[in-house]
Design a protein around this ligand. Structure first.
Ligand code: SF4
Ligand code: SF4
Ligand code: SF4
Length: 337
């Protein structure tokens, strides 16, 4: 019997999710034994035409990582959707917009200005040249894919069958997902292929989280001595564990918590949570300054809340593009693309 055909593709991505496939270590050999990898441009020499020349639905499963930011990524996502029976949205960027999604606070012009213009101290570009979709050169016309104002998740562009969360997904979850899909015993469409339990539920520090939590000072992890045994929230350090799916480290403490760092929420929400940031803000709003709130002046409350440096980056680090907000409103609607 012919082996199932598997494809991997990256869109707006740091490359870490591709590394996560390589992190399967010797299991990658098992994967290679079980399947034919028919498209993986990061690791092997494939061209877009290799995919275009395939029959529709010829690929059994395609893993797409990274968010969608350019015309090329939109085109490739549609092409792979047509050629694959199952699309797995792989990693935080693909599922939730991830770190690239934070760019939705700006537009293309301001991003180019900060990357190529005078606002970028490491760039010497006196003429302020930015990437052009079409450039005339002596040899002819060079083209680059259009760069969009808005970063989108994969499922905001094409239909997605399953999600593997994480920045990046844990190798054991990837291997489990591949085996599940190859077994043909498929979970319902839309399933997130990771435990549907909040990180706090598997966290060894959970028992030190007081029943009635009250935060009277918000601490930054880099500026305090962190007690490695105690719940971060009980130390006034924002930890996204209450609203984040577990699984990044099996049933053990989250990868970051185990390294004495608070969870930043890369595994995204459990099914009970629609918007991780909003949920965490709501949870914190009920505990910040709780004990003395009724006696606090507005200025004192504001001072306390001001201790949350970079609220957007704290609560929506991985999920802005998939949140209720999605992006900063563009004044010109045609710029929304
Ligand atoms: S999810 Fe994380 S590791 Fe994967 S592409 Fe995005 S930033 Fe990189
Ligand atoms: S808030 Fe963080 S440290 Fe506290 S129990 Fe949850 S995951 Fe653990
Ligand atoms: S602890 Fe949180 S931020 Fe760290 S890997 Fe796990 S889910 Fe992601």
């Amino acid at each position: 019997m012919a082996k199932p055909k598997v494809a991997f593709y990256w869109c707006a991505s740091c490359g870490g999710c591709e590394e996560a496939i390589v992190d399967l270590h010797e299991d990658i050999l098992k994967v290679a034994e079980l399947v034919d990898i028919v498209f993986w441009p990061c690791a092997m020499d494939f061209k877009t035409n290799d995919v275009k020349n395939m029959q529709d639905n010829e690929i059994n499963v395609c893993f797409i990582n990274g968010a969608i930011r350019t015309d090329e990524q939109v085109e490739m996502a549609h092409l792979l959707r047509k050629k694959a029976q199952i699309i797995v949205s792989f990693g935080s960027c693909s599922q939730l917009g991830g770190i690239p999604g934070l760019a939705n606070f700006w537009d293309k012009e301001s991003i180019f200005a900060s990357s190529y213009g005078g606002r970028c101290p490491s760039v010497n570009n006196p003429d302020g040249v930015v990437p052009q979709e079409i450039s005339e050169v002596p040899e002819g016309e060079l083209t680059l894919p259009a760069f969009h104002n808005t970063v989108k998740t994969t499922d905001q562009v094409i239909d997605v069958d399953y999600y593997l969360p994480g920045c990046s997904p844990a190798p054991y979850l990837t291997m489990r997902a591949i085996n599940t899909i190859l077994s043909g015993d498929l979970p319902p469409k839309g399933t997130v292929l990771a435990p549907n339990k909040a990180l706090c539920e598997v966290c060894s520090r959970n028992e030190t989280k007081p029943e009635k939590l009250s935060i009277d000072r918000v601490n930054r992890v880099s500026l305090v001595d962190v007690d490695p045994e105690k719940c971060f929230l009980a130390q006034g350090i924002i930890c996204m564990g209450p609203v984040t799916r577990s699984g990044c480290n099996g049933e053990a403490d989250g990868r970051c918590v185990a390294a004495n760092m608070p969870c930043r929420g890369c595994y995204g929400p459990t099914t009970e949570v629609h918007d991780v940031g909003a949920k965490m803000i709501a949870a914190l709003a009920s505990v910040v300054g709780l004990d003395g709130e009724e006696n606090m002046s507005e200025t004192a409350v504001q001072k306390l809340l001001d201790q949350i440096v970079d609220p957007a980056g704290t609560f929506y680090r991985f999920s802005l593009a998939k949140s209720y907000f999605r992006r900063k409103i563009m004044t010109d609607p045609k710029e929304e693309k």
